[in-house]
Each structure stands twice: as structure tokens, then as C-alpha cells.
Ligand binder design. Structure first.
Ligand code: SAM
Ligand code: SF4
Length: 224
């Protein structure tokens, strides 16, 4: 199950922003993050807010894109009511969870909604996180056509027993395959590597293997 909520003030019903958030807001870049809290399997180390199918109860994954669209419109209203001028979005990031567990069509309608509410600046970076075994070539082509510019794969390690310790469902061989498909679709690619896994002193072997996948970015995360 997901971790407990952090301490802090609950968000007000009307979504009103605290004054501290409004100060200098017009001078900052405007970026949108969409959380998609679904995973096929929960990895033991993960601290993110995610749910597997058996934890969902009455909630339907198929309704999620519609709920996000309503939330985006609500957010646009909050910014309007705060008196902030409408600004185009600089970066969009779909994180999770596993956003790519949703059909490519769902990611497309959510991104279209962001376009409709605010528009995107020229050259805006539009990213989704993806588990290596949650996408195929058609899927990557579809999201690239929809306007995504980058995919961030949770590689974690190139070592089979480390992947098993981490409860990962993909094999190391999947990484060069998905990164090749993504690049062919015209997407930028980054991979996450995790270090500090019990039984594995150094991520150096995995680091050495990443050039085969030619990511444009490699991100290192400690296991907590
Ligand atoms: C939120 S996950 C989403 C990506 C996708 N679901 C996957 O796992 O392939 C993004 C990255 O966060 C990292 N991560 C997850 N739990 C973490 C933790 N407890 N500490 C540090 N990094 C973590 C993993 O490296 C993962 O690739
Ligand atoms: S698949 Fe990704 S988001 Fe889901 S539990 Fe594993 S690390 Fe966390």
C-alpha cells in the first residue's frame, strides 16, 4: 500500500493558493505534473503513491483520464481566480505509478486537455514515465504522434538478480529494445538507475551497459 501522507495543511476545498505561492508566480515557468497512480506490481522499495488492481476497490482505471481532465479545468479556474494571467506550459510530466498502464488514447486526451486550457510553449518538453514492459512499439509511436517528446524508463539495473530483489517485472534485455523503439519514434529517452540494493554494492555494471541503450539522460536514485 502507498506510504502515509506527509504532515502539512490539507488543501482547501476551493483549491485556493496560499499567498506565498502567488508571490512572483508570473515570472516563473509554468509546468504541469499529472500523477497516474497505477502499477501492475508494487516494487518493495517504492515510496510513491501507487495502487495495484487488487487495491483499487470500486475505483476504475478507465475513469482516470476523465477525472484528470476535470481536475485540470479546476486548476485552471483556481489560477484565474487568483488573478494570474494565462501562460503557456513549459514542461508536462506524466509520472507514477505507471502512466503507460493507461491506453495511449488516455494519455493523449489528458495532454490535449492541457493544450486546450493553456497551450504549450514552442519546444515544450512532454514526458511520460514508463516501465520497460508496459510499452511496445505501437504504443510509443502513438504517444509520439500525440505530442510527447520524451520517455523516462525505470531501468533500475542491468543485473537479473538485482531486478528480482527489487520486484521488477522486466528483464535486462528489454531495455535496449524499448529505448530503440522510443528513439525510432522520435522520442528523447532517459533511464533511471537505482543504487544501494541489498546484495549489490555498486551500480557500475549497469552504468556500463546503458550506452547500448543510448539514453540522452541517466538518472541515479538511491534505494531508501
Ligand atoms: C515513480 S517511478 C515511475 C517509473 C515506473 N513506474 C518504473 O518503475 O519503471 C520513477 C522512479 O523512481 C525511482 N524510485 C521508486 N521508489 C524509490 C525510492 N523509494 N527511492 C528512490 N527512488 C525510487 C525508481 O528508480 C523509478 O524508476
Ligand atoms: S513500478 Fe515504478 S511506481 Fe510502481 S511500484 Fe515499482 S517503482 Fe514504484
Amino acid at each position: 500500500m502507498p506510504s502515509v501522507l506527509p504532515e502539512g495543511d490539507p488543501a482547501p476545498e476551493d483549491g485556493a493558493l496560499p499567498l506565498s505561492a502567488l508571490e512572483g508566480a508570473e515570472d516563473r515557468r509554468f509546468c504541469v505534473y499529472v500523477h497516474v497512480p497505477y502499477c501492475r506490481v508494487r516494487c518493495g522499495y517504492c515510496d510513491f503513491n501507487t495502487y495495484t488492481a487488487s487495491e483499487l476497490g470500486e475505483t476504475r482505471q478507465a475513469d482516470y483520464a476523465g477525472q484528470v481532465q476535470r481536475e485540470l479545468s479546476f486548476g485552471a479556474g483556481v489560477l484565474r481566480n487568483a488573478g494570474l494571467p494565462k501562460r503557456p506550459v513549459s514542461t508536462v510530466f506524466f509520472g507514477g505509478g505507471t502512466p503507460t498502464l493507461l491506453p495511449a488514447r488516455d494519455l493523449t486526451v489528458m495532454l490535449d486537455h492541457i493544450h486546450g486550457e493553456w497551450g504549450l510553449v514552442d519546444g515544450a518538453e512532454v514526458t511520460t514515465e514508463a516501465n520497460p514492459d508496459s510499452v511496445d512499439e505501437d504504443y510509443l509511436n502513438s504517444i509520439a504522434e500525440a505530442g510527447f517528446t520524451r520517455v523516462s524508463f525505470g531501468m533500475q539495473s542491468a543485473v537479473p538478480h538485482v531486478l528480482r530483489t527489487l520486484d521488477r517485472t522486466h528483464s535486462p534485455e528489454r531495455i535496449p529494445l524499448v529505448t530503440r523503439w522510443a528513439r525510432k519514434a522520435g522520442l528523447q529517452v532517459s533511464v533511471d538507475l537505482i543504487y544501494g540494493t541489498p546484495g549489490r554494492a555498486s551500480p557500475i555494471g549497469s552504468v556500463r551497459s546503458t550506452p547500448h541503450s543510448q539514453p540522452s539522460r541517466t538518472i541515479f536514485l538511491p534505494t531508501r
